[in-house]
Design a protein around this ligand. Structure first.
Ligand SMILES: [Zn+2]
Length: 331
């Protein structure tokens, strides 16, 4: 454990892969927090065996509050569709043509599946969302018949979830909540696992909390994506220092097996390629992303082109989607 010269976050070295134990190769350096301005320059290592990437050195867990001071979980904005209603007729026409192409490429159904957390056809039961933020999704799932419980470390997100969506959220780290074993039919983690210092411990706790036959669904930025390869240090999925580990379908499989799950599948999704590209292009062009703002037209059409390109590429390279998805069952 050591203090860096930077007054921001205290860090500790982390040279080996959490999943394989092998030393990682230096992958990127000099990365900065260009979303919320947390001070520090960050480096990533990558495992040659499983493809996992991680921060080395890593900010200490006790320091992470500083990295989330200006975070946005309690806001209710839907970050998915940045292209709101436009006035210009050619623009609307182009968007309509674009949506038609996306339907033909299966992107619209990929978006439906992902936004539904891959629960289509699963009979409602008891459900826990780990890192539920503002509770918007849990409110929707409750209306679909699920008996929902939320977990989050942010008390203001929990207040918002109750006031706005009528959802009760337990505040604190999952392992500290004292939840009884075999409680849930389903556990969801949407863009949470990349923020964890010890994802194996958290997935083991999920395994303990699931009923026999229960399912865990994890969605996270995909290190094996086309966006990561193309945008490099500007790729939106990196988000240092809040993203500690960056997974791929392959590394999600080994994470799940290490955590006690025997029945596992992992794949990539191209659902949000446009959003990832749009925000990566913002980082490339202006060094930050203005949340909730509509992208410049030049960014928008390039993001649309990227969405089509990635959906097309996935036909022959299944791992290129911007997000990696894990579905694991407790036997
Ligand atoms: Zn590894």
């Amino acid at each position: 454990m050591s203090l860096t010269s930077d007054p921001g976050l205290a860090t500790a070295p982390s040279a080996s892969c959490l999943l394989c134990g092998t030393p990682g190769d230096p992958f990127r350096s000099g990365l900065e927090d260009r979303l919320f301005g947390v001070p520090g320059a960050w480096s990533l290592r990558r495992c040659a065996e499983c493809g996992l990437a991680w921060l080395d050195p890593q900010p200490l867990e006790a320091e992470m509050g500083k990295a989330y001071r200006r975070y946005y979980t309690h806001a209710d904005e839907d970050p998915v569709d940045r292209a709101g209603p436009r006035v210009s007729y050619p623009h609307r026409k182009l968007r309509r043509l674009y949506r038609w192409v996306l339907r033909k490429l299966g992107v619209m159904s990929a978006r439906d599946r992902l936004l539904g957390m891959f629960l289509g056809g699963v009979p409602p039961g008891t459900l826990l969302e780990v890192g539920c933020g503002n509770g918007l999704r849990l409110g929707q799932l409750a209306r679909d018949g699920w008996q929902v419980t939320g977990q989050d470390v942010d008390p203001s997100a929990a207040e918002h979830a109750l006031a706005r969506h009528g959802v009760s959220v337990r505040v604190g780290p999952l392992a500290d909540l004292g939840l009884p074993p075999a409680t849930f039919d389903c556990i969801l983690m949407n863009h949470v696992v990349e923020h964890l210092h010890d994802p194996v411990a958290v997935l083991r706790e999920c395994h303990r909390l699931l009923k026999s036959g229960g399912r865990l669904v994890v969605i996270t930025p995909n290190m094996a994506s086309l966006g990561q390869a193309l945008f490099g240090a500007d790729w939106r999925g990196l988000e240092p220092p809040r993203h500690i580990h960056i997974f791929s379908p392959t590394s999600l499989l080994s994470l799940a097996r290490l955590s006690g799950f025997a029945t596992v599948e992992a794949f990539s999704s191209v659902a949000h390629a446009e959003l990832f590209a749009s925000q990566s292009l913002d980082l490339q062009r202006q060094g930050t992303v203005i949340m909730g703002a509509e992208p410049a037209w030049a960014v928008e059409w390039r993001a649309m082109a990227f969405q089509i390109r990635e959906a097309w590429a996935q036909r022959t390279a299944p791992e290129v989607g911007e997000e990696a998805v894990l579905i694991a069952r407790r036997d």
